[in-house]
Design a protein around this ligand. Structure first.
Ligand SMILES: Nc1ncnc2c1ncn2[C@@H]1O[C@H](COP(=O)(O)OP(=O)(O)O)[C@@H](O)[C@H]1O
Ligand SMILES: [Mg+2]
Length: 347
């Protein structure tokens, strides 16, 4: 297949997305596909879009494309300030020529449903959830409400807009310790734990530095897990144990800073319970194709669903690829599987 792997973008997770895209593109090429890597926002002016053979070449240097994407990092702010359209040079043309677009995007623009909506209108086939599911899962406040409605347990919490009156941590019904996160962020950017009222105020200031709305949740002390769902079916649960602190940005992307165990060491019953909640969460948010749900488990083994990721990390050592590997699906086969299960939306 001719596949455009779309990565980069302008979210706080741009670099993570470049790494995911590089991994996916290499794996798909190893599987014999003519996959290319292109930056959704920066595009690539050098591509000659009149020649399909050249757009999806037999010989291709994925690392060189990734390096080109990173070489654009410095020009992004100016391009954003210019107010030009989101899709970079040649991006739509290349995506329209592809048999499918593999979305290796993470974060607000890309994972949040807007690219998906545009592609639906352009009749461009892509991987993963459609606009509705992507948008609902991107918003942690809305996700929490739907989880509750559909019987997926969540930590006590609330959404707070910048201009809303703020009650103290002891008055707001959540209490301390609590965790504050930007409503639509990812990769733990802007997330902080507060043990005191003073820390709570600092955490709000930090989170509001990223967005107009934040989510405040009871801090669940315990073990952390993630559970993937592909085509509505649950995959093995993975446990994530940071050596130090919580699963923040540094611990997510520094090799050796977390111990990841898949399948997680849990009773069969607990595993099944979490998998059932993962599928319920997937259905509650109208996800399609695939998704990965994050969980905490407290000392009494109560489960709490934190959020759903519609385009979870896709480097060969990311969580979902580890879950697939636990049932014998190698990274390249997983990339092909995600394309396969996404076909339902466009066929
Ligand atoms: N209610 C909570 N209790 C304890 N830890 C939490 C809670 N919510 C989030 N965390 C921690 O913060 C991390 C990031 O939160 P999450 O909701 O998964 O957002 P994202 O991954 O999109 O940044 C989680 O992986 C977890 O370690
Ligand atoms: Mg998460």
């Amino acid at each position: 297949m001719n596949i455009a792997v779309l990565a980069g973008g302008i979210s706080t997770e741009r670099e993570v997305s470049i790494v995911s895209g590089t991994g996916v593109c290499k794996a798909l090429r190893e599987k014999g596909h003519r996959a290319i890597l292109i930056d959704v926002f920066c595009g690539d002016e050098r591509i000659d879009i009149t020649d399909k053979e050249e757009v999806f070449p037999a010989q291709y240097d994925v690392d060189a494309s990734a390096a080109y994407m990173r070489s654009m990092n410095g020009s992004i702010e100016a391009a954003k300030a210019s107010g030009r359209e989101f899709f970079g040079p040649n991006v739509l043309a290349v995506c329209k020529m592809a048999d499918v677009v593999f979305l290796a995007l993470h974060g607000a623009d890309g994972e949040g449903g807007t690219v998906q909506a545009a592609f639906d209108l352009f009749r461009i086939p892509y991987t993963g959830s459609g606009p509705l599911g992507s948008a609902m899962a991107m918003d942690k406040g809305i996700s929490r409400k739907l989880f509750r409605e559909c019987g997926v347990p969540t930590a006590a919490g609330l959404s707070l807009k910048r201009e809303e009156k703020r009650l103290s941590a002891s008055e707001n019904g959540v209490g301390l310790p609590c965790i504050v996160k930007p409503c639509c962020g990812g990769s733990s950017v802007g997330v902080a734990i507060a043990h005191t009222q003073e820390e709570y105020e600092d955490a709000l200031t930090l989170a509001f530095g990223y967005e107009e709305e934040v989510v405040v949740e009871q801090f669940i002390e315990g073990r952390e897990f993630s559970a993937g769902v592909i085509d509505g079916k649950p995959y093995p649960v993975i446990e994530i144990a940071p050596v130090e602190g919580f699963y923040d940005y540094k611990n997510k992307y520094t090799a050796g800073s977390t111990i990841e165990t898949c399948p997680a060491v849990l009773s069969e019953e607990k595993t099944r319970e979490m998998q059932q909640y993962a599928v319920k969460a997937y259905e509650a948010l109208h996800l399609e194709g695939y998704g990965r749900m994050d969980f905490m488990m407290d000392g009494d083994e109560n489960l709490y669903c934190l959020e759903a990721n519609t385009l979870p990390g896709m480097t060969p050592t990311s969580l979902l690829p580890q879950e697939a590997a636990a049932v014998g699906i190698d990274f390249g086969s997983l990339c092909e599987l995600l394309i396969e299960v996404s076909k339902k939306r466009w066929q």
